[in-house]
Design a protein around this ligand. Structure first.
Ligand SMILES: Nc1ncnc2c1ncn2[C@@H]1O[C@H](COP(=O)(O)OP(=O)(O)OP(=O)(O)O)[C@@H](O)[C@H]1O
Length: 226
């Protein structure tokens, strides 16, 4: 579903990611952990097309659903992102002037898809009946549920989440992750979640550790990690 082939990124000549390779499969919920500053958000931003990798001519370091991102122009990348990806990023927060239903329905509108599933998703995240409310009327946990509904409503093949439960209390975080897990399994998407929380990572199928040595699957994790 998502293939990384020798993905590298440096900022001002300083390497952050160095020839990273991995294959993420459809239907897989994977978490990425690792020390602060190791490049986890950079990795998600590159896959999201929000930043560009270092690449020589002819190289295709990021392949989404068989499509090399490097072969796309801006419009092509936007279309790929819009149709096949869902984001749960702080930077893509729910829009304050749209109702909850309009927020969740936005990816459907942008992709020319029928709007009925927005109501279904609002129900699925436990906010049925609140379609006409505005984001400021919700708690942090409820807002995060709206963000999850919006990220999944158009059945994207790839879901990218950056600390989706970072600012939530443990019970709400657990509920949000259970919801995310359920929806990912229901849609068959591949989901990649960056997190510092071991409790959050334990909800995923696979925990990867990002370090200067690249990505490695982790089986034994530090029991004292937060
Ligand atoms: N736009 C940028 N320009 C210059 N340096 C950057 C930029 N974005 C990230 N970096 C640097 O790249 C490195 C990796 O940052 P990144 O945010 O990906 O780390 P992270 O693993 O997500 O960290 P954290 O766990 O603290 O969120 C850091 O040293 C950061 O300063």
């Amino acid at each position: 579903m998502l293939e990384l082939r020798h993905l590298s990124k440096s900022y001002n000549g300083r390497p952050v990611l160095d020839r990273l390779s991995w294959q993420f499969k459809a239907g897989e919920f994977v978490s990425i952990m690792g020390d602060s500053g190791v490049g986890k958000s950079t990795l998600l931003n590159l896959v999201a097309g929000l930043d560009t990798p270092d690449a020589g001519p002819g190289e295709a370091p990021i392949i989404v659903d068989g499509i090399a991102m490097s072969g796309l122009d801006d419009d092509g990348a936007t279309r790929l992102r819009r149709a096949r990806m869902g984001f749960i990023f702080q930077a893509f927060h729910v829009l304050p002037h749209l109702t909850l239903l309009q927020n969740i329905g936005l990816p459907l509108l942008l992709n020319g898809l029928p709007s009925a599933r927005a109501t279904e998703m609002l129900d699925a995240v436990g906010l049925g009946g609140r379609e006409n409310d505005f984001p400021h009327q919700l708690s942090g946990g409820q807002l995060q549920r709206v963000a999850i509904a919006r990220a999944l409503v158009h059945r994207p093949a790839l879901v990218l989440a950056d600390e989706p439960t970072g600012n939530l209390d443990p019970d709400t975080a657990e509920a949000i992750l259970t919801l995310l897990q359920r929806e990912i399994k229901a849609t068959g998407a591949c989901a990649i979640m960056v997190t510092h929380s071991l409790a959050a990572a334990k909800k995923t199928d696979k925990i990867l550790n990002l370090s200067k040595n690249g990505l490695q699957e982790t089986t034994i994790v530090n029991p004292f990690a937060q």
